[in-house]
Design a protein. Sequence first.
Length: 399
Amino acid sequence: MSSESKFKEFGLIIKLLIGIAAGVVIGLFANHAVMEVVVTAKYVMGQFIFYTVPLVILAFIAPAITRLGQNASKMLGVGVSLAYLSAAGAATMAAVAGYVLIPHLSIATQVEGLRELPEVVFQLSIPPIMSVMTALVTAVVLGIATIWVKAKTFENMLGEFENIMMQVVSRIIIPVLPFFIATTFAGLAYEGSLTKQLPVFLEVIVIVLAGHFIWLAFLYTLAGIISKRNPLEVFRHYPPAYLTAVGTMSSAATLPVSLECAGKSKALGKDTVEFMVPLGATIHLCGSVLTETFFAMTISMMLYGTLPSVGTMAMFILLFGIFAIGAPGVPGGTVMASLGIVVGVLGFDPAGVALLLAVFALQDSFGTACNVTGDGALALMMEGIFNRNGELDKARASS
């Protein structure tokens, strides 16, 4: 990487950190009037960011599939399987840790009340043209169907659309993200989440964060073995994406930065990045799954006096991996998608569900950051399976 590229990447990290720090300071000292402006700005920026997410998915996955040619369906199956195995594996590790550690923890059972954020003053609603999952399915269908009928004209149109959305990402979304992150942290600080709720579950959150990095270390080590390439060459580019995910609490909103980070790695091919990173942002939620599994076991002990049985947790993990694939890549998407099995399998009552939602929200950003960073490991695995000897690069050159 050139010194100019290093400076650019480091500059993005600085901007993200400044956004986080500025947001916390504003939230701690702002009055109601200032927070009205902050909340409104967050709403408007969030509306635009989430409006672009389905378009980004369409713009990157569909052209990537057409370039993959006959490998597309096979890569899709492998990508989904890797995402499921990663989520189920992370949940299993969390469950084992829960059985070992939770009985020895002493955790407060009440969450203090939060200060209410002001209402949004000006609502500029910009609904996405479709949901994230609809965009993913549409991109896959368009890409595969284009291959089937050999529609070169439409394939070229998809390529132009990819270039258009890349400009939207680089010229609008990435410059806006530090400001969006600042408003997010301002809201957390103003509510009191950073000063009241966090200490209540500090022990649990520290354990979960350690679990994130243990799982990431496992994923990247496995990816290095599969690809026979240095996993650090991918991992070292991911700090901007990690920090962006901490601020946005959304894999989908972090997608533009994730693509930029993974694209800088010499260990990953362009086709692999443009296929697996958007796909992973939609279906790979290992950090969120790990977190919710451990929190759910903790709350079960706190409220009901016992941990779920091994059989119950096995059923929960089996289903949770599937539900995670269909969960939206937005703040709280994982826990909202899983409420059915939280109630139906774990037997949580409304009090347990409410506490799970509250506690999950405390660290949702770090779970999302783990999800996003793990996408790089899955991309490296895909690179080793499908592009170890440059097969995809040769196909691109000949097309």
